[in-house]
Every structure is written in C-alpha cells, then in structure tokens.
Design a protein around this ligand. Structure first.
Ligand code: AMP
Ligand code: ZN
Length: 112
C-alpha cells in the first residue's frame, strides 16, 4: 500500500521521532504550525476516524494515553491542542489516521 505514514511507521521513510512503541509512533510534522507540532499515528493502517472499529479502537485509546506523557516531556504544561482532520471537507491530506499535537505558545483562533 502506498501510504507515507505506513512507510514512516516501518522505517522506509525517515522521520524525526519523538516516541515509539509497538502500537504507535509520534514524530515531528514536516510543516509545523506551532512551536511544537507532533503527529501521533497508530502503526496499523487505519485511514481515518471513520474506520475506527471495536477491533482497532484499542490502538486509538492507547495513543490518547501516550499523548499526555509526550506533551509533558515536551514541556507543554500550559496546555496544548489535539486536532484530527477526517476526510476531504476537513482537509485530511494523508489518509492514515493521525492526531496533531500543537503547543508551545498561546494558540490562536478556535473553531469550536
Ligand atoms: P492532515 O492535513 O491532517 O492530513 O495532516 C497531514 C500532516 O502531515 C501535515 O501537517 C503535513 O505537514 C504532515 N506530513 C506530511 N508528510 C510528512 C512527513 N513525511 N513527515 C512529517 N510530517 C508530514
Ligand atoms: Zn498507512
């Protein structure tokens, strides 16, 4: 499958890793939108939130236990934002589920 985040997960494409375990990987976004901008991905290919099921939801739950630990390690004790884009209208450009962690400054306008 031609998925860049699968290739990052299996090491075919290099990334600046922040955290890795058997289920997930976190690496710096190539085009940062904040002083800290890290992407969290499950190692298994899940294209987007629409494809989360009872069978793979543990990988997603796991990511959400890792995020606060990594955020703390990166010094985001004043807070941070987690963003997921799902599908075309949201502007999802990489069809492998990922959560953006943004922080390191007072973040700007909120949509919600
Ligand atoms: P999204 O628009 O939510 O699908 O986000 C995709 C994100 O992946 C964007 O913020 C890109 O900058 C980022 N991105 C794309 N390719 C890479 C890569 N090879 N390494 C790190 N980040 C990437
Ligand atoms: Zn993938």
């Amino acid at each position: 499958m031609d998925c860049i985040f699968c290739k990052i997960a299996n090491g075919e494409i290099p990334s600046k890793k922040v955290y890795e375990d058997d289920k997930c990987l976190a690496f710096y976004d190539l085009n940062p939108q904040a002083p800290v901008h890290v992407l969290f991905i499950p190692k298994q290919h899940i294209c987007c939130v629409n494809k989360i099921t009872e069978d793979n939801a543990d990988a997603v739950a796991h990511i959400f236990t890792v995020i606060p630990k990594v955020a703390k390690e990166l010094g985001l004790e004043n807070g941070y934002r987690i963003i997921n884009n799902c599908g075309k209208d949201a502007g999802q450009t990489v069809m492998h589920l990922h959560f953006h962690l943004l922080g390191g400054k007072t973040l700007g306008e909120k949509i919600i």
